[in-house]
Design a protein around this ligand. Structure first.
Ligand SMILES: [Zn+2]
Ligand SMILES: [Zn+2]
Length: 146
C-alpha cells in the first residue's frame, strides 16, 4: 500500500504510516481534549483504521465521553506524546492527533466541535462550520471527504 503521510511521537519510539488520505480533520474544544492537549482544543485527523500501521509501544487510556461512548486514547509509553484514538460509534475509523503528523500542513480542518466548551481566548477559524456538541454532528459530516 502507498504511504500517504507519516508521523510519530517526540522521542521517535512510536512511528506510523497512513496509506489513505485523511477523511476529515476536526478541531475539538471539549474539556477532555483541552486537558490532554497543549491548548484550548485538540485537532484530530480521521483515517480508515485499515490504512494505519504503527510501530513502537503505546499506552492506552480509556474514558467514557459525554455521549456515553468509550474513547480509547493512545500515547507513546516513553515520552507521552498523543498519537491517536478510537471510539465506540466510529467503528472502522481511527482518529490521529494531527499534532503528531510529520507534516501537519496536509491536514485541512473542516469543522469545529464542542464549541459549548471552548475557552474564550482560543480563537478558532470562524469560516468553519461549528457545532456546540458532538451529537449535533450528523454522521455524514464526519465521513464526508470534502
Ligand atoms: Zn515517544
Ligand atoms: Zn474533544
Amino acid at each position: 500500500m502507498p504511504t500517504v503521510f507519516v508521523g510519530g511521537c517526540l522521542c521517535e519510539a512510536v512511528r506510523y504510516i497512513s496509506s489513505a488520505e485523511p477523511i476529515t480533520t476536526v478541531h475539538c474544544c471539549c474539556a477532555d481534549c483541552r486537558k490532554i492537549g497543549g491548548t484550548g482544543h485538540a485537532t484530530h485527523t480521521v483515517v480508515p483504521d485499515t490504512a494505519f500501521k504503527l510501530s513502537g509501544k503505546v499506552t492506552k487510556f480509556s474514558r467514557t465521553a459525554d455521549s456515553g461512548n468509550q474513547i480509547h486514547r493512545y500515547f507513546c509509553s516513553k515520552c507521552g506524546s498523543a498519537i491517536y484514538h478510537t471510539r465506540e460509534g466510529l467503528e472502522g475509523l481511527l482518529v490521529i492527533r494531527t499534532s503528531s503528523m510529520d507534516d501537519p500542513e496536509i491536514a485541512e480542518p473542516k469543522m469545529v466541535i464542542f464549541t459549548s466548551s471552548a475557552v474564550s481566548w482560543d480563537h478558532m477559524d470562524r469560516e468553519l462550520p461549528a457545532y456546540e456538541k458532538m451529537s449535533n454532528v450528523r454522521p455524514g459530516d464526519v465521513r464526508d471527504t470534502d
